[in-house]
Ligand binder design. Structure first.
Ligand SMILES: NCc1[nH]cc(CCC(=O)O)c1CC(=O)O
Length: 312
């Protein structure tokens, strides 16, 4: 008999969607499940920007505490929100099949365009990558910081804080707000954050091997896993979490991975974006090669400058 799998998740609607999605994958494979909702620091502190709370583990710490003592067996997260280096004793064992990776503009208004400088536009976002990318490609667009879950952000937009929101397609789609999408942004400009669109399953390294294998068989999407390993290796070299404006997107064709990625300075002045290729047998090596080449082109200076600004 297989054991009951306790799925730990944050309580936001998007987090719950992810938990139910994973639950369904597990149940389809004959596993029994239970969902445990856990409150995290990132959910409680809504008035301080994430980059100021300290990016490390604001959304993951409490889930890891419960993984350690066995109150939950797996923690479900947006892959994008996972630090590139997990604390000792934890590992990601599965990445679910990736959703469309693009960023999108979502609004209740219809006449929104980011490429027409004659139309003033205020976009709500709290991502340094999105703000810096806008400054680089669309300097006429103004931004305002909007935090909170998707529902809260939409409410703030409708109250007039901004004209539209800049969000991941995956989240908007999962929450059923497709009809608010006014523009799907180009991957070449708004290259997504590492991991965007996939759901990651984190466990304690003490999880019993049989359960571990059952979870992998039920939930892991091997192509997504290889792509995200390449992307995450890039992020690991840069020691960045989701608060640093770096980006990377892997594509896989047969057994070859091409990884496009780079970094953009906070003021949008400098942006490096390149592509490297390699064998999907060694995805991490591709991510490391990307980091090396980005650094060689001046990325290290941009990164150091970003880190010193964010740590002030
Ligand atoms: N940083 C918050 C976050 N984490 C994951 C998603 C969306 C779903 C995903 O990318 O998997 C979002 C919202 C957003 O960026 O618009």
């Amino acid at each position: 008999m297989s054991k009951l799998i306790k799925i730990g998740t944050r309580g936001s609607k998007l987090a719950l969607w992810q938990a139910y999605y994973v639950e369904e994958l597990l149940q389809k494979n004959g596993l029994e499940t239970e969902i445990v909702i856990i409150d995290t620091k990132g959910d409680q502190v809504l008035d301080v920007s994430i980059s100021k709370i300290g990016s490390k583990g604001v959304f993951t710490q409490e889930l890891e505490d419960q993984l350690s003592d066995g109150r939950i067996d797996i923690a479900v997260h947006s892959a994008k929100d996972m630090q590139s280096n997990l604390p000792e004793g934890f590992e990601i064992i599965a990445f679910t099949e990736r959703e469309t990776e693009n960023d999108v503009i979502a609004s209740s208004k219809k006449d929104i365009s980011i490429s027409d400088p004659s139309k003033p536009l205020v976009l709500g976002t709290s991502s340094t990558r999105r703000v810096a990318t806008l400054k680089h490609f669309y300097p006429h667009v103004k931004t305002v910081e909007v935090r909170g879950n998707l529902q809260t952000r939409i409410r703030k937009m409708e109250e007039g804080l901004c004209d539209a929101l800049l969000l991941a397609y995956a989240g908007v789609h999962r929450m059923g707000y497709d009809d608010m999408i006014v523009e799907k942004l180009k991957l070449e400009e708004f290259t997504p954050a590492v991991g965007q669109g996939s759901v990651a399953i984190e466990v304690s390294k003490n999880l019993n091997p049989e359960t571990r294998n059952q979870i992998i068989a039920a939930c892991n999407h091997p192509e997504t896993e290889k792509k995200l390993r390449a992307e995450r290796a890039y992020l690991r070299v840069l020691e960045g979490g989701c608060s640093i404006p770096v980006f990377a997107l892997a594509k896989m064709d047969n057994e070859e991975i091409s990884l496009k990625g780079g970094i953009v300075s906070l003021d949008g002045q400098k942006r490096i974006s390149i592509e490297v290729k390699g064998s999907s047998e060694e995805p991490e090596a591709i991510g490391e090669k990307l980091a090396e080449e980005v650094f060689a082109l001046g990325g290290k200076e941009i990164l150091d400058q970003i880190k010193s600004t964010l740590n002030k």
